[in-house]
Design a protein around this ligand. Structure first.
Ligand code: PFF
Length: 486
């Protein structure tokens, strides 16, 4: 039984879902967050763990979320409740939907602030506000931009308004169109910057920093950060992908779609790293400079390169667009839940959410000026929103989704929904049952200081644990065997 009886909007074109999901995945996470986290956590080892998490956790969980959305045809809460009920699972699984919806909203509350930085840098680029010749000059410009709450608030308010206008207009009209030209544009801009970087003197060091694996350089904190970032960058466990999946037509292939979204997302992140780190090393800047990293380094490159103002402006246009196609996906879950359950129009829902968003994001914005001292446990409000969502809510949500699909849902339903060849389906099932949950739990235990994970030493033990857990799981339930013999 599927829920196709209920009419639900679907994507317009054949590429509608891929475009929208890519638009959601590719955003500030790739260009702003990935480089600064890589810098903060020491380079290659962080990148390696991040890539491993994308493959072992991100891809299977994304497939599952799309399948849950399409089968349940609703917001995360409704879709998960329906799909779980279909398999006689507990209705409490819909709590995963509530957490995802909350998580998407909490991310948006700080995301609009960073998107505001991008918009304000576009403005500065066009009006000559980024003149300066050293890293210190750029740090001063970044600091001054943050110091004035009215200025910063203006930009984050603008982003909030733009997001709500697009969301209010609806799925097809608003979302699909912009991504088709924005994504290729972003890639072209990154290529230009990588080519520039290749001649700037810092390229070799950048490649080494990003891709040389130094086992000793990654802390437990860094592992958790890398795993959380894999969720963040793929827009998982925050309602976005699941809700977009609910608009996906029956005949679309979930496996292929997921792979193309994940590949595009990873490509943009690595390209962003290759574009940014040469500038950082060529100018003697500290890779661990934190969230301001790209805003303090890239303007230096734009000033030095031919046609720099043009390229710089184009870059910030692309970054702002990429941020918007992500931010609209974060409210989609809430808006679709409100319209489905509360009988209000999409536009009213969007503006209602927008007002709450504006209030909370203003508090997050104040973390950079008047509220910088309002801290708890060393983190300000902005820091807490980021920390709670990326480090805890998303991995926990992903764990829940994997366990739900792996052990609770009816195997036939998932097979029908995913439509994978038998061997690939078996691989998916193995991943959501064992590899992804074990990966998430191990990183959590490590971060909590309950177990220590060291490169090299403990991998054989981990593999052994995986084998033992798999055996126990398979004795407890014969589903994987059925899958293999299907
Ligand atoms: N994936 C987006 C990025 O990398 O910028 C961020 C994001 C979008 C997170 C949507 C969560 C979400 F639901």
């Amino acid at each position: 039984m599927t829920n196709d009886s209920q009419p639900r909007t679907q994507w317009l074109g054949r590429w509608g879902f891929v475009l929208a999901a890519t638009g959601s995945a590719v955003g500030l996470g790739n260009v702003w967050k990935f480089p600064y986290m890589t810098g903060e956590y020491g380079g290659g080892a962080f990148v390696l763990v991040y890539l491993a998490c994308i493959l072992a956790i991100g891809v299977p969980v994304m497939m599952t979320e799309i399948a849950l959305g399409r089968r349940g045809r609703g917001s995360p809460i409704d879709a998960i409740r329906r799909v779980s009920a279909e398999s006689k699972g507990a209705s409490a699984w819909s709590l995963l939907g509530w957490m995802a919806m909350l998580c998407g909203f909490m991310i948006l509350c700080f995301y609009v602030v960073v998107a505001g930085w991008s918009f304000s840098y576009l403005w500065k680029m066009l009006t000559g506000g980024l003149a300066g010749s050293s890293v210190d000059d750029m740090a001063a410009i970044f600091g001054a931009n943050n110091a004035n709450p009215l200025n910063l608030g203006f930009w984050s308010t603008l982003v909030t308004l733009a997001t709500m206008v697009i969301v209010g207009k609806g799925v097809q009209a608003g979302i699909e169109k912009s991504v088709g030209w924005m994504m290729p544009g972003m890639v072209v801009m990154l290529v230009i910057m990588i080519v520039y970087g290749a001649f700037s003197g810092g390229f070799g060091e950048a490649v080494h920093f990003l891709f040389a694996f130094n086992a000793g350089s990654l802390s437990s904190e860094g592992m958790l950060a890398a795993m959380g970032h894999a969720f963040f960058t793929l827009s998982l466990a925050s309602g976005a992908i699941l809700t977009y999946g609910s608009y996906l037509p029956r005949n679309a292939s979930i496996g292929r779609t997921t792979l193309s979204v994940a590949a595009a997302d990873t490509l943009v992140a690595l390209m962003a790293g290759l574009a940014i780190f040469p500038v950082i090393f060529a100018n003697g800047m500290e890779p661990g400079s934190g969230p301001g990293l790209i805003f303090m380094s890239l303007p230096l490159a734009f000033q030095a390169m031919p046609l720099g103002t043009l390229f710089g402006a184009l870059f910030f246009v692309m970054l702002s667009m990429a941020a918007l196609t992500s931010s609209i996906s974060m409210v989609e879950a809430t808006v679709s839940w409100l319209t489905d359950n509360k009988g209000i129009s999409r536009r009213t829902a969007a503006w209602g959410v927008g007002i709450v968003l504006w209030i909370i994001s203003t508090l997050a914005m104040l973390s950079f000026n008047v509220g910088a001292e309002w801290t708890l446990g060393g983190k300000n409000f902005f820091g807490w929103l980021d920390y709670l969502t990326s480090r805890w809510m998303m991995p926990l949500g992903g764990l829940g989704v994997a366990l739900l699909a792996g052990f609770v849902l009816n195997g036939e339903a998932m097979r029908e929904e995913l439509g994978l060849p038998p061997a690939v389906h078996a691989l998916w099932l193995f991943m959501v049952r064992y590899v992804s949950p074990l990966g998430i739990v191990v990183v959590f235990l490590d971060a909590l200081g309950i177990a220590t994970l060291e490169f090299g030493v403990q991998w054989p033990w981990l593999l052994l644990a995986l084998a033992v857990i798999t055996l126990i799981g398979e004795f407890a339930s014969p589903r994987l065997k059925q899958t293999l013999s299907a």
